[in-house]
Design a protein around this ligand. Structure first.
Ligand code: 6GU
Length: 228
């Protein structure tokens, strides 16, 4: 999968060189290219923002650098999906991650300030599909951290990125439930014991117990998930 990222803080994405995604880049499963939006400005101050029409607080990202950045990426794009992280977007979930993991080419456009001039989204829609995506109901300073979260959630679902694909099956949100609790050795630690059923060697009872734990935890912590 190819992933382009456009940001005024490209160094935010340096951490994509480590861990699982770093290895996936090294072995060619993920082709991640990070671009500096300011490379598409032409004034001495490399200006990317301006005051909002209609007044109001804060600054808005100018359309021209975005237009050039989109053109540069679209020039050799492969049916891209443009994703603009935004607290005003649709909520990104594991289902979204699964959907996006099927794509060949994602482009993340990271806005800062009060947002990006709205016409940029209309223009991007002439060069590919466009989605505004939010991590949840809280506000970050810009799209970078959100893009990173989405890249990790999608990237780990690309076949081969996670070494043991079975570890993708039994995790939170895959079955619409939270994950069951996990334990390792020692069986007794500082007065806390691993539940007996896990030491029983009885696979049927272990599976039943884990499923019960998933349902109970979901009911306690995330009743909204059981509603659907
Ligand atoms: Cl995607 N962007 C920003 N700026 N804030 C957020 C967010 C995204 N998702 C949750 N809060």
């Amino acid at each position: 999968m190819r992933i382009d990222v456009v940001s005024i803080f490209p160094s935010f994405f340096d951490v994509l060189e480590v861990s699982l995604l770093g290895r996936a880049r090294g072995n060619g499963l993920l082709d991640i290219r990070v671009h500096d939006l300011r490379d598409h400005t032409h004034d001495r101050h490399r200006t990317v923002d301006d005051t909002p029409y209609g007044g109001g607080a804060g600054m808005v990202m100018k359309p021209e650098p975005w237009g050039e950045a989109i053109d540069a990426i679209a020039a050799d794009a492969d049916d891209p999906v443009f994703i603009f992280p935004s607290p005003a977007g649709e909520v990104f979930t594991q289902a979204t991650a699964r959907e996006l993991a099927q794509e060949r080419h994602l482009v993340f456009g990271c806005g800062r300030y009060e947002g990006i001039d709205e016409r940029v989204f209309s223009y991007a829609a002439t060069r590919g599909r466009v989605r505004l995506m939010s991590l949840g109901d809280y506000v970050l300073n810009g799209g970078e951290v959100a893009a990173m979260a989405m890249i990790e959630a999608v990237g780990r679902l690309v076949p081969g990125v996670v070494g043991n694909p079975e570890s993708l099956v039994e995790e939170s949100h895959e079955a619409g439930l939270l994950e069951y609790p996990s334990y390792t050795k020692p069986a007794s630690w500082r007065g806390y014991d691993v539940p007996d059923v896990l030491l029983s060697g009885h696979h049927g009872r272990v599976s039943q117990w884990r499923h019960d734990q998933q349902v109970e935890r979901t009911r306690e912590r995330r009743p909204d998930l059981l509603a659907d």
